[in-house]
Design a protein around this ligand. Structure first.
Ligand code: GLP
Length: 244
């Protein structure tokens, strides 16, 4: 789906998410959302906050699982995804704190494997992801599933690609400050979501968007695995769609 601009696309995506939340509310069921970080979803979250404040959209039945988190990173770091999610969404809506799940960047290395298994188990226990929102990295990663990630991969510790670290370097004031690792849901975890929307905005995403949508399925571009998912929608705007 190609929109005229990022704002229209973001408002539309937020509307889709709101509808899923409301459908679940009508059935008196929890709504399990997989959420993403990065610049791409910021306006989606802004619109969700607006829908909450101005149109009474409630997040009381919403359970969230974030895709990923840098490792190691303190929660209070301005660069942590914990901080990002609270700043952009959680602090502004009525979600219950115990329903928020974000991979923990403060663990010691020996705890990570158990944590990852727990994260996978918890997603299933809550009923699985009703919806997953995704952005895309310049390496073709979703979450932090870098090139080489297998289609069945689960939540795990991953070494970040040098290009991913370079992309993040300006906000960290230098590549040497960007963490070398992250904890990420796997491709297999993401593909279990009932519905997926992947968004790519701005001219900078042209090349990777066309590779992922039109290219061959390959672990070199992990997002290509979405081509085989039954209910995935790629949302672009004019600039990011130009390479198609
Ligand atoms: C990070 C996140 C991804 C995100 C990507 C792109 O790598 N882990 O989930 O999709 O950044 O970020 P942006 O939306 O800022 O281009």
């Amino acid at each position: 789906k190609v929109f005229n601009n990022q704002r229209c696309a973001s408002v539309w995506i937020a509307g889709e998410i709101a509808q899923i939340i409301k459908q679940k509310q009508a059935q008196q069921l929890p709504c399990v959302l997989g959420l993403a970080t990065g610049s791409t979803p910021i306006q989606v979250y802004k619109e969700l906050v607006r829908l909450h404040k101005e149109e009474g959209l409630s997040f009381q039945n919403v359970i969230t699982f974030n895709l990923d988190e840098y490792f190691p990173i303190p929660k209070e770091s301005l660069h942590s995804y914990y901080h990002f999610m609270h700043e952009n969404l959680f602090n502004h809506v009525d979600i219950q704190k115990e329903n928020i799940h974000i991979p923990d960047g403060t663990l010691i290395k020996e705890q990570i494997e158990d944590f990852c298994q727990y994260y996978e188990k918890l997603i299933l226990e809550k009923g699985g992801l009703d919806f997953q929102l995704l952005g895309i990295g310049s390496t073709g990663h979703i979450g932090f599933n870098e090139p080489g990630s297998s289609v069945n991969s689960k939540t795990r510790l991953i070494t970040l690609d040098r290009k991913t670290r370079a992309d993040a370097s300006s906000s960290f004031y230098g590549i040497e400050n960007v963490p070398k690792y992250a904890i990420t849901m796997g491709i297999g975890t993401i593909l279990q979501a009932k519905k997926i929307i992947i968004a790519a905005f701005t001219e900078g995403k042209q090349r990777i968007a066309s590779t992922v949508i039109e290219g061959q399925l390959s672990s070199q571009y992990p997002a290509t695995f979405l081509q085989n998912h039954k209910n995935t929608l790629f949302v672009l705007e004019r600039a990011s769609a130009q390479g198609l």
